[in-house]
Design a protein around this ligand. Structure first.
Ligand code: ADP
Ligand code: MG
Length: 640
């Protein structure tokens, strides 16, 4: 997760904002101002906070030379009109004139630098030039998603010299395109089209790993049809991709991905809107004909699949939608997406243009403003313009463990006292309460941001397990978290690494986030086995837990020897063990996952001792026992 303008103080500061104002121009007039409109939220956000705003963008491909036809003057004019405020444009990119306007900017005012690609240093990512750009701001904001796949001076280099965060548009793009790659709601369908297989091969391969259904249309379909043994006439065909297409279809079979190709195709004799056309069987395109669009039957087939899906990602038109006779297939897919009720995400320049042409843009969850950038993002690549921004630290989490204390009435009194002085602030707060209290506490926590959870559960969905409670029952009560493998359960109730692992998997399967407890005893510590024991506990608990699930995991480190013994773990000891736990998670998955997991300190935490422990970088919060029973004490820890 990247920091955004919201995570940094911009008040009264010079803020350098890289926008994507690369708009289509015709005779010096802007024909589509979507990209300008989309950049307004960030600009307005900064204006409201009295920042001095320096905007920067490229336009077209001037290749490092001044080209008056590619001046940002039309953009400055349009921006001024949209903001109702004059936006002066400097005559140079980062020279005397720019400096002059910059120096006289007042709070809440906006200026625009001339086309940044007029300077050679931009595309070369020249460090001198990046430094020069950086001298125009105290904070760097990247909001140019459409240019985020380029490592240029204004999209990447500049981040070396300034605190760097994402703008609101960039944040939105990452968020929505991200829904195509993680936390996916199923069934998940991807629709691929456009001209060439070779342009899209990385995209197909990445989405292939995630989707349930893959629909292939557009020019690329003929390469697949050829691989299936069909005849494609004069249709677009990439001979050198036929084998690969064949392999993909094989792979789909054994992976259980439903891969559908067009069954009928609209064909004509010339690449033109004026020659007669007809619909034929996709496997039998006549020699002198070329495929221009998917046929009626295919449109129905694809529509049915789309209507069944909860997540749909689309890239690449189904036919030559620029021609009126061959836009039908693309329109049908767009309409199905617009009405299917699932999460609909569209990437790619021409695909976005098509949705726009049909006037369906507002019916989609997200139409990306980045053509090439959206493809690279969906390919799973790291974009340099995003990678260079600062990471958001994990949100701290302070969880109270009430153990077997408190009547419902006492719980109500606690909530009343706690809520009086609590705001949903930086740390997330959770209360792990006895089963009978869950519903009531959850009710009282409504709208406060306070999370509620349990302290244990069984791993089976149901069964003859007298006295136990299942994950789905917990969910029904409204629990969002569940402590698993607490030292007291390991000590008194035969909790083993095996049952902990089963419970962890069952919790994730039911949408409950586990708070996994690990820790070593006094004997183990004295025998010098602390590291080995804790690391083994983590590994055993995570066996067969999916990467996607592991990301949301919370782990609490409990130095059992320091609980109720008068001994205490030093902040440094705790920090080291939390580091070890994170490294162990990285071994089980990868670095990225380990950076997502929140690791809490679960020794005896008191208001007096919490400060030092919670300020350690590896410790993301605390699992608080006794001190969570008292609203004031708990609040004090929350507010560390
Ligand atoms: P995007 O920009 O959305 O990623 P592409 O650039 O891959 O999409 O593909 C868009 C182009 O593919 C369009 O110009 C369209 O005319 C072309 N196309 C789609 N179907 C066919 C076809 N059957 N024959 C030739 N070109 C096609
Ligand atoms: Mg394109």
């Amino acid at each position: 997760m990247k920091k955004t303008v919201r995570d940094i103080n911009v008040n009264g500061k010079y803020v350098f904002v890289r926008c994507d104002f690369n708009v289509p121009l015709q005779d010096g007039r802007i024909t589509d101002d979507k990209r300008i409109i989309e950049s307004l939220p960030t600009i307005r956000y900064l204006m409201d906070r009295k920042a001095k705003i320096v905007l920067c963008s490229h336009l077209g491909r001037p290749k490092g030379k001044v080209d008056p036809a590619l001046s940002l003057a039309p953009v400055a004019k349009r921006l001024s009109a949209l903001l109702g405020k004059d936006v002066p444009l400097s005559h140079d990119v980062a020279g005397e004139d720019a400096k002059k306007i910059h120096d006289t900017l007042k709070e809440g005012e906006v200026m625009l630098l001339e086309n940044v690609r007029f300077e050679k240093g931009e595309e070369e990512n020249d460090s001198q030039f990046a430094k020069q750009l950086a001298s125009f701001g105290e904070i760097y904001v990247n909001d140019a998603f459409g240019a985020a796949h380029r490592a240029h001076a204004s999209t990447e280099g500049i981040a070396t010299y300034l605190p760097a965060v994402a703008g609101l548009l960039l944040e939105k793009e990452i968020h929505y395109l991200g829904t195509a790659l993680e936390n996916i709601e199923r069934p998940y369908t991807a629709i691929m089209g456009g001209a060439k297989v070779s342009d899209k091969i990385l995209l197909i391969e990445n989405l292939f790993e995630k989707v349930d259904t893959l629909l292939i249309g557009g020019g690329m379909a003929y390469t697949f049809i050829k691989a299936k043994g069909g005849s494609v006439g004069n249709s677009l065909l990439e001979e050198n991709m036929v084998e690969l297409a064949g392999r993909l279809m094989e792979k789909a079979k054994y992976k259980g991905v439903k891969l559908l190709l067009p069954v009928d195709t609209v064909v004509t004799s010339e690449f033109s809107d004026d020659t007669p056309f007809e619909t034929v069987d996709s496997m039998e395109i006549p020699d002198n004909m070329m495929g221009m669009d998917i046929g009626e039957k295919t449109r129905r087939l694809f529509t049915d699949e789309i209507m069944k899906s909860k997540t749909i990602v689309w890239n690449g038109p189904m036919g030559v939608f620029e021609m009126s006779h061959y836009e039908g297939g693309t329109r049908a897919v767009a309409q199905a997406m617009a009405s299917c009720g699932g999460k609909t995400i569209i990437g790619g320049g021409d695909s976005a243009a098509a949705v726009n042409k049909f006037g369906l843009e507002n019916k989609m969850l997200h139409v990306s403003t980045g053509g090439g950038a959206s493809l690279e993002f969906l390919e799973g690549k790291q974009l340099p313009g995003i990678a260079c921004l600062e990471d958001k630290p994990r949100r701290p989490f302070v969880a109270g463990n009430w153990k077997m204390y408190k009547t419902i009435r006492e719980a109500e009194a606690f909530m009343e006292a706690f809520k009086k002085n609590y705001r949903d602030e930086i740390p997330e707060v959770g209360l792990m309460v006895p089963y009978p209290q869950i519903m009531r506490v959850r009710q009282l926590a409504e709208g406060t941001g306070i999370r509620v959870g349990a302290q244990n559960m069984h791993y089976a969905p149901e069964g003859a397990f007298t006295g136990e409670i299942s994950p789905s029952m917990l969910k029904e009560l409204g629990a969002e978290y569940c402590i698993i493998g607490h030292s007291e359960r390991r000590q008194y109730f035969n909790e083993t690494d095996e049952t902990v692992n089963l419970k962890l998997k069952a919790a994730f399967a039911n949408g409950i986030v586990p708070i996994l407890c690990v820790g070593e005893s006094l004997e183990q510590r004295e025998a010098g086995q602390a590291e080995a024991v804790v690391s083994a506990q983590v590994k055993a608990a995570l066996r067969e837990v999916q990467e996607e699930e592991a990301k949301s995991l919370v782990i609490a480190y409990e130095p059992i020897w320091a609980i109720g013994t008068g001994k205490t773990a030093t902040a440094q000891q705790a920090d080291q063990m939390c580091r070890l736990i994170r490294d162990t998670v990285a071994q089980c998955y990868d670095y990225y996952i380990s950076e997502c997991v929140r690791i809490l300190y679960g020794g005896s935490v008191k208001p007096s001792s919490s400060q030092e422990i919670l300020s350690k970088t590896e410790i993301d919060g605390a699992l608080v026992g006794g001190a969570s029973l008292n609203a004031e004490d708990f609040l004090e820890i929350v507010r560390f």
